[in-house]
Design a binder for this molecule. Structure first.
Ligand code: FES
Length: 558
């Protein structure tokens, strides 16, 4: 393709201003165990688009992304319509809601055609297919039929392949500079995809349409060959919650610094010198220490070229993880780490972010503050610690953000303790609260926010409360509703472990009650809920099997 950057929009084609550029890494959708990169962050500086899309953008599934689905654009005028149609979810219908990379108004599926070549800044893109919505929209917008509605209305967005890599900036105009197939608006393709599904002549034609994506052409070819329409159910309905494979990297410690008497920071790089995967604020990695112990640590700095940064508190009750890192780990020591996972992302719909940290629970908030500041969003931090000497990073935080950071030191004066109930009693509408720290602090936040709207309170924890084997873990019986089978859950075991030992494939991720991946529905019995993720409404029918228990007997909807 050899179009000069001075080429102008062709007559009759739409033109739009690029209002936002958004990228994101894979996280868990709020209050679900679904891995997705739909929660993207708006980027303010120039962004590079390479052959597979925007630098730093990720996709959780192989059916998203790739060379022919490198960039997603969505008409942001549609959000007003969605908000009227689904008033309960109005707060989620905001630009970026559909996980689009390009936020712009004035172009849509009826005005854009397959094969349209658009110039945006220094890059040249080509429309490859209408987006095929999937079940993650149901979770994203908290509407069970959102993916079906998106498909039925054609308000899906569309994908581009990259013809010429280059930089894009907010304010660039998106101009259609070539239209080879004016007879194929995206809406017409959607008509044959989802309505006139029996029209095999059209399917034949579309299977050979050269500028349509190869996967879309193959779909139409299969229809012609089999004379049947493919099954949409697994794409549109809530797909199976299966944990994705974990990627481990060989890494090494590049730098160790002592932050306080009991907190040290570690900079970790990839052993082969390659860049590490990007992540969003709130993410953590798992670290395999001395080839045997696995521990999770928040990444306290946003992605930089110098590696991942973690801070480790030397726990007085350490079972080997923190004491090994403090006492024995050395620079250049080899470790194995996972790619970042994020069960604690910033809520995209929040108008204000209220963070409550206890002790080393400050670490995820450091990256979050960095992100919130970069985005110019409203935030406040309450940081609880014994003393100034033991509070890692507090001096930097208070000197940089004196009006936003509030310290609560209790060692010398218990009356300085944070009054969580008072803090949460009067907060502006649209506030989301985040808490990471000891179980007592998280319990206080959970109790004080019990009447908050679903999804407005977020917790991060790397240790289950009342671990199996403690006095808090009495045995109980789980009954499988479909077969009547009884499974005994002993005091040393979690329900998740017992179900797996009986052959049930239950996905899990954090195994600490914070991500929601291992949820199971129940139909009878009294549950001792110990998670940090379910709303009070959800707790009536659902439990988190990695931490929650039953008082005696429980019947599971399995
Ligand atoms: S695996 Fe994350 S809540 Fe159970």
């Amino acid at each position: 393709m050899n179009l000069a950057s001075t080429d102008r929009n062709i007559a009759g084609a739409p033109v739009a201003r690029l209002d936002e550029i958004r990228t994101g890494s894979v996280t868990l959708l709020e209050n679900s165990g679904i891995r997705s990169a739909i929660l993207k962050q708006a980027r303010t500086d120039a962004q590079w688009i390479g052959p597979s899309g925007l630098q730093g953008d990720s996709h959780a599934e192989s059916f998203h992304g790739g060379a022919e689905k490198a960039i997603l654009q969505y008409d942001c005028d549609f959000y007003k319509i969605w908000a009227v149609e689904f008033p309960d979810s109005a707060e989620y219908f905001k630009p970026g809601g559909f996980g689009e990379n390009f936020v712009a108004a004035g172009m849509n599926e009826t005005t854009m055609c397959v094969g349209d070549v658009v110039r945006v800044g220094g890059t040249l893109l080509q429309v490859s297919e209408p987006r095929q919505p999937c079940f993650k929209l149901n979770h994203r917008f908290r509407q069970p039929n959102m993916s079906r509605r998106s498909q039925a209305t054609g308000r899906t967005g569309w994908m581009y392949r990259v013809l010429e890599p280059g930089f894009v900036r907010i304010g660039d105009m998106i101009e259609v500079v070539e239209r080879p197939l004016p007879e194929w608006p995206l809406a017409r393709v959607q008509h044959y995809l989802y309505q006139a599904v029996d029209d095999l002549d059209a399917a034949q034609m579309l299977s050979e349409l050269p500028l349509l994506s190869s996967s879309c052409r193959a779909l139409f070819a299969r229809r012609v060959e089999n004379a049947t329409t493919e099954d949409w159910e697994s794409r549109l309905s809530n797909g199976p919650l299966v944990s994705g494979p974990v990627t481990w990297f060989e890494a090494e410690i590049a730098e160790i610094r002592q932050e306080t008497e009991s907190v040290s920071t570690f900079r970790i790089v990839r052993a082969d010198g390659q860049p590490l995967p990007a992540f969003d604020a709130g993410a953590h990695i798992d670290l395999k220490i001395a080839n045997s112990i696995t521990r999770s640590y928040s990444l306290y700095r946003l992605p930089k070229h110098d590696g991942y940064h973690i801070a480790v508190h030397r726990s007085p009750t350490s079972r080997g993880g923190s004491s090994y890192l403090h006492d024995q780990a050395t620079v250049q020591e080899k470790l194995t780490i996972t790619e970042p996972k994020n069960f604690f992302p910033l809520a995209s719909g929040a108008s204000r972010h209220l963070m409550i940290a206890g002790g080393i629970g400050i670490t995820p908030f450091l990256a979050m503050i960095e992100q919130l500041e970069a985005d110019g969003r409203d935030w406040e931090l309450h940081y609880c610690a014994g003393s100034p000497q033991s509070a890692a990073f507090h001096a930097t935080l208070t000197s940089r953000f004196p009006s936003r950071v509030h310290m609560h030191f209790t060692e010398a004066d218990r009356s300085k303790r944070l009054d969580v109930s008072a803090l949460l009693r009067e907060v502006p509408e649209g506030t989301h609260v985040y808490c990471c720290g000891p179980a007592t602090l998280m319990d206080a936040v959970r109790a004080a926010s019990s009447n908050w709207p679903d999804g407005h309170v977020h917790f991060e924890s790397f240790g289950g409360k009342a671990a199996p084997g403690t006095a808090d873990c009495a045995p109980f019986t789980a009954v499988i509703a479909s077969t009547g089978t009884e499974i005994e859950v002993g005091p040393e075991s979690t329900l998740l472990e017992a179900l797996r030992a009986s052959g049930f494939q239950i996905a899990s991720s954090c195994e600490a009650g914070t991500c929601g991946t291992c949820r199971v529905n129940y139909v009878a019995g009294e549950v001792d809920h110990r998670d940090m993720v379910l709303s009070s409404r959800e707790k009536k029918t659902c439990l988190i099997s990695c931490v929650s228990r039953a008082t005696s007997r429980i019947t599971l909807a399995l």
